[in-house]
Design a protein around this ligand. Structure first.
Ligand code: BDP
Length: 593
């Protein structure tokens, strides 16, 4: 799944802008031929969630139709033409000139369809995309579960099983692109280090099982290294040796250009030469210990919802850097490709997470379908992000939940979800490792879940709310528990530990003396306390605050104005006191030695 680019042999037309839009709550659009055009359309921005663009659409998750017309440049004739959607949440069907060309499910990953045979060259083309985000128990993430925990996150509306707003729509750009008839369909880059040399192994695959010749050329830092590629059955492989390579790191995110040529096609991508591995209690970047300090985040902003918002993205990177962060987790789903490119360029270390958040194993009814969806999304994520140097770890799940967080049902009977969960999660971890043996694999564990669920993980990631959901207001006690629990995790696993969530809801501008819960002082003290405890532990490989910024959640008695207020920045990106504490701890700079 290569990101579409523009060069002299490939073309790309970005259809971002104002589209026509029509909700279809009765689901009559298909019978009524809406793929031939919308009758009562209103304007809507693409990319963008529909929910915050119109008041009546805020809690609407049903079927909706998008439409837009475009000419296709004459210069594309003779090439294969594709439509590609960066993401559509949750299920989408694409029609070109009234012809259905394909569907995709899963809200956060790209998909493309070959539309060469249905495009018009002498007239405008009508592009129609239907999207729905029905909140269902079989989907990932799941909603409207009937299990005891599934009454919704804290009896929420809408009834999600997770703590963020289920924004819907075309969240990332829709583009048309064209490529030569025989073209490079995929490139896999694996980098290594040998003495002062960088090793870049390139595997390229064509769309057809043909013999062809080509090349791989790596340029950067005033140097150029070249290898011939000879394709057999559509696949070619070569390893480039880069003398005195400039390595990619969070301190020096140096990128080379790799240009792969095959027949008439040419594709260029950015490559960072680096290694990532786990050794004892350390994560090693290019053989040296590195700390992954930063945040759990969300794609979230006013009006755009979960839609790609480039100025906010750049601003967020600047603010993360201002606090001295060098890492974050894409909680709780894959983020945009544009964001991953920025991370490569800016030197952020990413824990790349699938949409499998808050999995429950209560009923076996939906388990098989959910596993299928999880595996599909994991496969698509790794296919999309495998070449990003910034991606240093895969997270296959966030906070999978046993029935009872105290590990046994009150009657003393064994909780069957423990064994079901273990098998399910093990399948995900193993699949990630099989698809990509070059990166550590993890999942972010909830407080009270069985440790056994993390047994297969290379790095132990835990979300901890001592001082908030447990021992709220009792910071001293909370920190004692944290201290002890971290040591226990190390004793159990002998692997690096990252606290992937910790924090406190905080109303910006609310102060307290003494520092009471919800005040800026309390959040600042809690974060300071956690960082101090962690600083004493050699095996802690990173601290990630929940959350970078306040974000839209579902309505519940726990979420003021439907917002999770654990941000160290507000939703409008103003710093709370805690942001200054982080600056003090991390601001001295990046932590790779
Ligand atoms: C954790 C979840 C995260 C929530 C957070 C919270 O992983 O999605 O937003 O807690 O409660 O359980 O703020």
């Amino acid at each position: 799944m290569l990101y579409p680019i523009q060069n002299d042999v490939r073309n790309r037309l970005d259809l971002s802008g104002i589209w026509d839009f029509q909700p279809d709550p009765e689901e009559v659009g298909a019978q009524s031929g809406w793929f031939n055009g919308l009758t009562q359309a209103r304007p809507i921005a693409v990319p963008g969630s529909w929910n915050e663009q119109y008041e009546d659409l805020f809690n609407y998750f049903g079927l909706s139709w998008y439409a837009r017309r475009t000419y296709i440049p004459a210069g594309w004739r003779g090439q294969r033409v594709f439509i590609r959607v960066g993401s559509a949440c949750y299920r989408a069907t694409v029609y070109i000139n009234g012809v259905e060309v394909g569907s995709h499910e899963g809200g956060h990953l790209p998909f493309a369809f070959d539309i060469t045979d249905v495009v018009r060259w002498d007239a405008e083309n009508l592009i129609v995309i239907s999207v729905e985000n029905h909140l269902q128990p079989t989907r990932v993430p799941s909603a409207n579960l009937s299990s005891p925990l599934g009454g919704g996150m804290l009896a929420s509306y809408p009834r999600t099983s997770y703590d963020f707003f289920p924004f819907a729509g075309l969240h990332r750009p829709v583009v048309l692109f064209s490529v030569p008839p025989t073209h490079i369909e995929d490139v896999t880059v694996v980098t290594g280090i040998s003495g002062a040399d960088g090793m870049v192994k390139v595997t390229a695959r064509l769309n057809q099982a043909l013999a062809a010749s080509g090349s791989a050329v790596l340029t950067g830092g005033g140097r150029s290294v070249r290898a011939e590629l000879s394709f057999a059955e559509g696949v070619a492989e070569a390893t480039l040796t880069v003398p005195e390579a400039r390595l990619w790191s969070d301190k020096d995110p140096f990128l080379y250009d790799l240009t792969v040529t095959a027949g008439d096609d040419r594709y260029t991508l950015q490559v960072g030469i680096r290694t990532i591995e786990v050794q004892g209690g350390k994560i090693l970047l290019n053989g040296r210990p590195v700390q992954l300090n930063g945040y759990g985040r969300h794609e979230d902003f006013f009006a755009s919802g979960k839609g790609l918002n480039l100025p906010v993205l750049v601003k967020d990177y600047q603010l993360m850097r201002w606090t001295g962060a060098n890492a974050y987790r894409t909680a709780h789903y894959p983020y945009s490709e544009e964001e991953m490119q920025l991370a490569d360029r800016e030197g952020f270390l990413i824990i790349d997470e699938t949409p499998a958040t808050n999995l429950q194993f209560e009923s076996e009814e939906h388990a098989a379908e959910r596993l299928r969806v999880c595996l599909q999304q994991l496969d698509e994520l790794i296919a999309r992000d495998k070449n990003h140097p910034s991606v240093v770890m895969w997270s296959v799940a966030n906070e999978p939940l046993p029935r009872d967080l105290r590990r046994a049902t009150p009657s003393g009977e064994v909780d069957p979800t423990i064994e079901r969960g273990r098998a399910f999660l093990e399948t995900l971890v193993r699949r990630a490792r099989q698809l990509d043996p070059t990166r550590p694999v993890t999942l972010a564990g909830v407080m009270g879940a069985p440790n056994d669920w993390m047994r297969e993980c290379d790095v132990i990631c835990v979300n901890r709310y001592w001082g908030w959901y447990v021992f709220g207001g009792e910071l001293e006690k909370a920190l004692e528990h944290l201290d002890r629990e971290l040591d226990d995790l190390w004793a159990t696993f002998n692997r690096p530990v990252i606290v992937t969530e910790f924090g406190a809801d905080t109303v910006a501008g609310m102060h307290g003396h003494p520092a009471l819960m919800w005040s800026e002082e309390y959040q600042a003290a809690l974060i300071r306390g956690y960082l101090e405890v962690a600083a004493r532990k050699e095996y802690v490989a990173g601290m990630q605050v929940w959350n970078f910024a306040d974000f839209a959640a579902v309505q519940s008695p726990m979420r003021v104005g439907g917002t999770n207020l654990k941000g160290v920045f507000t939703r409008a990106r103003q710093p709370k006191m805690a942001a200054h504490v982080l600056r003090e701890f991390w601001g001295a700079g990046r932590t790779t030695s």
